[in-house]
Design a protein. Structure first.
Ligand SMILES: Nc1ncnc2c1ncn2[C@@H]1O[C@H](COP(=O)(O)OP(=O)(O)O)[C@@H](O)[C@H]1O
Ligand SMILES: [Mg+2]
Length: 181
């Protein structure tokens, strides 16, 4: 009982001490188009605590994607953060140099797009694409880079984690030939 109480205290104090998963303050983003700056985000603030789930809804074109792209520093070349701050898990995202940004994207943060399948290159095997991420972000890992993506896939609710290593997006489904005959 004492142990359980201690644990609860520990959990509470740990979560209170944890930095916010995302803390966006007074963010202004604009896009430069046809010689003009088009403001898209004007003074947006979002706070997501550690361990919280957050849903952002709004009409099409209101700036949801722009906000997320600004957070991961993936804005189009004509976009710019004009004011405000972005902190992810305590890191000042706007202060990252290119090298830190690359490492951060490889290890700490990721964007899952609405159509993740279209993010894959149809001319490469899925496994090769996953292995590439590990080869770039973890060059110090031992040889056999394919082992790491298989391990990562094994952590997913995927019944056959090794299968994607033989598949490409354009692979014909099994039985498609028989259907046409
Ligand atoms: N690269 C860009 N250049 C100019 N305008 C853009 C660019 N990207 C997005 N926009 C404009 O920013 C606004 C917000 O777009 P977006 O963030 O995609 O909205 P949402 O995701 O909420 O549908 C829209 O008016 C869109 O046309
Ligand atoms: Mg969008």
């Amino acid at each position: 009982m004492i142990e359980a109480d201690k644990m609860r205290e520990h959990v509470v104090s740990t979560s209170e001490a944890d930095p916010a998963a995302l803390d966006v303050r007074d963010l202004y983003v604009s896009f430069h188009r046809r010689g003009r700056d088009l403001p898209v985000l004007r003074g947006v603030s979002v706070h997501i605590g550690a361990g919280e789930t957050y849903g952002l809804v709004g009409e099409s074109g209101c700036g949801k994607t722009t906000l997320v792209l600004a957070v991961v520093r993936y804005l189009a070349r004509n976009g710019s953060v004009d004011a405000g701050s972005i902190s992810v898990d305590g890191d000042d995202v706007l202060a990252f140099d290119e090298e830190s940004l690359r490492k951060w994207r490889g290890e700490r943060v990721s964007m899952v797009y609405q159509d993740p399948a279209s993010a894959l290159n149809p001319s490469m095997r899925v496994g090769d694409q996953l292995a590439e991420v590990f080869a770039i972000t973890k060059p110090c890992l031992p040889l056999m880079p394919r082992i790491w993506p298989v391990k990562a896939c094994s952590a997913l609710p995927c019944p056959t984690p090794v299968r994607p290593f033989a598949a490409t997006r354009s692979s014909s489904p099994v039985g498609s030939n028989s259907a046409s005959s």
